[in-house]
Design a protein around this ligand. Structure first.
Ligand SMILES: CC(C)(COP(=O)(O)OP(=O)(O)OC[C@H]1O[C@@H](n2cnc3c(N)ncnc32)[C@H](O)[C@@H]1OP(=O)(O)O)[C@@H](O)C(=O)NCCC(=O)NCCS
Length: 182
């Protein structure tokens, strides 16, 4: 699903272009993903895991653009991919009131309001489609993520103990959140 590109003003006054990624972004997107997962322990994929292949990544971007049930938005700072977020709409009659959100930004772009602006766009897209429940999960200890999600109205409803093992071997819970839109 294509996102209608939009320029957003960040907390520090700088301009960010929110747009759909295109197949031409494949190499830049892989570079972005490789960097982000090395900069935080709060994504499921880490530097020890294999990177998607160029072909696989390109196919994934294309399928997201063409799918009626998925939308990605990248934060483009003068041609540099600073962040990415996505919404995955459930496709079936019984669950099409639900959608799942995900987000990741390069560390140098944290705390500028990009997360807030991206979630505002994803929530608007969900409302436009008539979705009434948004869902996400985060790894215990991700206080910046939790702060963003709570600010946007999400509330925790459950916890999976031992959902994640960090690289140092420590067990962390996965915390599940939801936002009711109706
Ligand atoms: C989590 C993430 C998406 C947040 O995006 P962001 O652009 O930094 O978020 P914003 O600047 O819009 O908002 C962050 C809020 O958290 C607050 N915050 C920052 N650090 C915090 C901390 N350690 N504890 C609590 N709140 C914190 C900020 O003050 C801000 O709130 P405010 O707008 O009311 O001042 C981003 O930091 C990121 O990509 N992290 C790494 C990957 C990740 O964790 N992805 C999510 C996986 S579930």
């Amino acid at each position: 699903m294509k996102y209608e590109a939009k320029t957003v003003t960040l907390k520090d006054g700088s301009a960010a272009l929110f747009r759909s990624p295109t197949p031409e972004d494949t190499a830049a997107f892989l570079d972005f993903f490789n960097a982000v997962r090395a900069e935080t322990d709060f994504l499921l994929s880490g530097p020890q895991d294999p990177l998607p292949t160029f072909e696989g990544e390109r196919a994934w971007i294309e399928s997201s653009l063409n799918s009626p049930d998925q939308m990605m938005i990248v934060c483009d700072m003068g041609g540099y991919i600073a962040g990415n977020c996505s919404i995955a709409f459930k496709p079936n009659t019984k669950d099409r009131h639900r959608a799942a959100l995900a987000i990741g930004l390069r560390r140098e772009y944290w705390d500028r309001g990009i997360g807030t602006a991206m979630f505002t766009e994803l929530i608007a897209a969900a409302r436009e489609r008539g979705v009434t429940q948004l869902e996400l999960d985060y790894i215990q200890g991700n206080d910046r993520g939790r702060a963003l999600y709570e600010k946007m109205g999400f509330r925790a409803w459950g916890e999976l103990p031992n959902g994640v093992r960090q690289p140092d071997g420590s067990a962390r819970s996965l915390i599940f959140m939801r936002l009711a839109l109706d």
